[in-house]
Design a protein around this ligand. Structure first.
Ligand code: FAD
Length: 467
């Protein structure tokens, strides 16, 4: 459910398959198991198998693939780690799924310039392991151990975005293979540039519909002198949200601030064997000098108390921090584990920070009537939050109910001048909402860009807008 019906399609021509075998050798896969791994999704979208899967090892191979697919009119769907949640990688028109996860080399690290260049298949956790002994880190953290290419393509963000921004801010330059088979660099390594159209930003968030990213140059940050975490629970959702909004309005440079409602905290306690109060809870992280972090903690602790918060438990210990963020990162799996056999349908919206309290409070009231668990969690410092509908995959009534709740949630966010997705992208799930958000004319301009770059509509067809 959720995905459009599959078009009937013709099998790949034997000559085309032989051409792929010539490029990829035994890294071409036609078997059902590998195709199924590249046709499913972690969430509620129907599976649609690609006709073939190839594992690319170089930009040159990707160029050869694009040329072969273009002349044979075969769709190409880029695949990173497959952790996206809006059906973004599902090959609804079949074709070739090009898996970039084996393009996993860190090409250069320039500590003096605070940047690095990596192949698209490098995963964020491996990158951070390689950066650690240089005193550097890459802050974008979508929870899942996603690839840098996939994160660029969904304009991902996550827990650190309140302080360090999203992939939009993190990327200096991309190497991209375009639908006409060109191998381009979108920019150099300079921190800013006014050189013509911003091709880097055009590609970021394009979900594989405009180009295949093979290399990414990223901004890095120094590991802060002091990192402290804190947890505080609140009797009311409003108290928690007001604490965050007031901290931001006071200019406190929060590095992370995450909200988990009472339903999500219950799930986290059960799943991660923890004993936090089962109330709406804020997870914080503070970065800076020892003195600055102490001051931030004192101010936020006071705000929390004034807004009805309970004990403000903070810690400098790395183990305590790791425990906290592990529990947070497992929140999706904790939510789905609340019901045997259930699946999680995650949705995300983002609103201007001043409207966040109203948006979350109205949403919470709406969700209280749901016939299944629907926890709220999110990166509240950005005005971005998620709901996970924990539904029975075989119940069309629950699908319909989730759709209606999602509809009201997204409409509420748009009415507040927010967006239908803060970070998950459009994929298959938010296509109607894109039109409601930007209007027919805004989406028509996107279609013009798409058809100028990909006139045969072969790059991840059926995503962002229906074809
Ligand atoms: C438990 C969980 C928590 C999550 N939390 C967050 C979160 O906090 N914030 C957030 O932003 N996301 C979150 N996500 C979603 C997901 O991790 C992100 O969307 C991530 O950016 C996807 O990266 P990936 O490597 O898995 O890409 P994939 O899922 O493989 O691909 C994503 C999209 O990018 C395209 N693509 C992939 N690689 C390339 C490439 N090299 N060139 C061109 N196009 C490409 C694909 O075709 C697809 O359209 C979460 C997911 C899970 C499962």
């Amino acid at each position: 459910m959720g995905a459009p019906a599959l078009s009937t399609r013709t099998p790949l021509a034997p000559s085309f398959v032989e051409e792929l075998r010539g490029i990829f050798g035994n890294r071409l896969h036609l078997g059902e198991a590998m195709r199924a791994q590249h046709g499913g999704s972690e969430t509620h979208f129907a599976t649609a198998l690609p006709d073939a899967v190839v594992f690319a090892h170089s930009t040159e191979e990707v160029v050869a693939l694009v040329k072969a697919c273009t002349s044979a009119n075969v769709p190409i769907v880029p695949f990173g780690a497959g952790t996206s949640v809006e059906g973004n990688t599902t090959p609804v028109r079949g074709g070739v799924s090009v898996d970039l996860s084996e393009m996993d080399k860190i090409l250069t690290i320039n500590p003096d310039d605070f940047d690095c260049t990596v192949q698209a298949g490098v995963r964020r956790e491996e990158l951070n392991s390689a950066l650690r002994d240089k005193g550097l880190f890459f802050p974008i953290d979508p929870g899942a151990n996603a690839t840098i290419g996939g994160m660029a393509s969904t304009r991902a963000s996550g827990t650190n975005a309140v302080r360090y921004g999203t992939m939009r801010e993190a990327i200096l330059s991309l190497r991209v293979v375009t639908p006409d088979g060109r191998d381009i660099r979108t920019a150099r390594r300079a921190r800013k540039s006014a050189a013509g159209y911003d091709l880097t930003r055009l590609m970021i968030g394009s979900e594989g519909t405009l180009g295949i990213i093979t290399e990414v140059t990223l901004r890095l940050h120094g590991i802060p002198e002091q990192i402290s975490s804190a947890v505080c629970s609140f009797a009311t959702m409003a108290g928690a949200v007001d604490t965050v909004v007031q901290a931001i309005q006071l200019g406190i440079p929060l590095a992370r601030v995450e909200i988990l409602d009472d339903v999500q905290m219950k799930a986290v306690n059960q799943y991660s064997k923890l004993d936090y109060p089962e109330l709406t809870t804020l997870f914080f992280e503070f970065h800076g000098s020892e003195h600055a972090v102490k001051e931030q903690i004192a101010t936020v602790g006071d705000l929390a108390r004034d807004n009805g918060g309970g004990e403000f438990r903070w810690s400098n210990l790395a183990e305590e921090r790791a425990r906290l963020w592990k529990a947070r990162h497992q929140a999706f799996y904790a939510a789905t584990a609340m019901r045997k056999g259930a699946i999680g349908w995650p949705t995300d919206v983002c609103v201007p920070i001043g409207r966040l309290a109203a948006c979350i409070n109205e949403t919470k009231r709406d969700l209280e009537k749901a016939s299944f668990p629907a926890p709220i969690l999110g990166h509240v410092g950005d005005g971005n939050f998620h709901v996970i509908f924990v539904i029975d995959p075989n119940s069309s009534a629950e699908h319909k109910e989730a759709e209606a709740l999602n509809e009201r949630l997204v409409q509420r966010a748009l009415d507040m001048d927010g967006t239908c997705t803060g970070e998950h992208g459009i994929g298959l799930g938010k296509q109607d909402w894109l039109v409601r958000e930007l209007g027919e004319d805004g989406v028509a301009l996107m279609r013009t860009i798409k058809s100028a770059l990909d006139p045969k509509n072969l790059f991840n067809p059926g995503k962002i807008f229906a074809d």
